[in-house]
Design a protein around this ligand. Structure first.
Ligand SMILES: Nc1ncnc2c1ncn2[C@@H]1O[C@H](COP(=O)(O)OP(=O)(O)O)[C@@H](O)[C@H]1O
Length: 191
């Protein structure tokens, strides 16, 4: 089954509480702004942002079952379960909502962890998730300022905030985020 954007808006909104839906709309607006600013595809950015948190409020047991039953990235199961919704969301968008665009699906899949070799679309959605207008956490305004001109610098600062948060909580860090941050720094010609 393939759904129109209008239908997907209703389907996704029904998967989450009203406050999280406000966040999703903020990520959609911000993704389109960033795509326009940095030469990305605003239509794909809008769709990936709409889909990015579709499984966020699904029960963790359901997310784990989808991961296991479909052989999705087993490494993720060893870390904070908040990481699962991105992989599960991309899988469901393809299987149940007929989303076929692999670039859009990848931007959903990697919006929390990042990946080595992030595409421009991956970067846009991941950054928009940090800085949409409803977000408030220590350092968000610095990330917003960087995002005025520098996509990669802003995203590095976003990953820094996540890594710092995890260090402070003495939680495990899913290594892909560190590798992704290293990759962005290399892309800027730094070590
Ligand atoms: N690299 C990581 N390693 C471990 N946990 C992570 C990592 N990245 C994110 N998380 C966890 O996942 C949570 C949700 O991240 P994220 O998807 O960016 O937020 P949201 O779904 O609210 O947009 C973070 O607060 C953190 O606890």
């Amino acid at each position: 089954m393939v759904y129109s954007r209008e239908e997907l808006l209703d389907i996704v909104a029904a998967q989450m509480p009203a406050k999280r839906w406000e966040h999703v709309k903020g990520v959609m607006e911000t993704s389109v702004i960033l795509a326009t600013r940095f030469g990305g595809d605003p239509v794909k950015a809008d769709l990936a942002a709409l889909l990015h948190d579709l499984a966020k409020f699904w029960p963790i047991e359901k997310q784990e079952a989808i991961m296991i039953d479909n052989g999705l990235n087993p490494e993720l199961l060893e870390y904070d379960k908040q990481l699962l919704h991105a992989e599960v969301g991309a899988f469901i968008a393809k299987r149940d909502y007929g989303v076929a665009d692999e670039e859009v699906l990848d931007a959903v899949r990697y919006h929390t962890s990042g990946r080595v070799g992030m595409t421009k679309l991956d970067k846009i959605v991941c950054l928009a998730d940090y800085i949409e207008p409803g977000r408030s956490f220590p350092g968000v305004d610095t990330i917003r300022e960087l995002a005025e001109h520098h996509l990669e610098e802003a995203l590095i600062a976003g990953f820094d905030s996540t890594i710092t948060f995890l260090l402070e909580k003495r939680k495990q860090i899913f290594p892909t985020t560190v590798l992704s941050r290293n990759d962005l720094i290399r892309q800027l010609g730094r070590t």
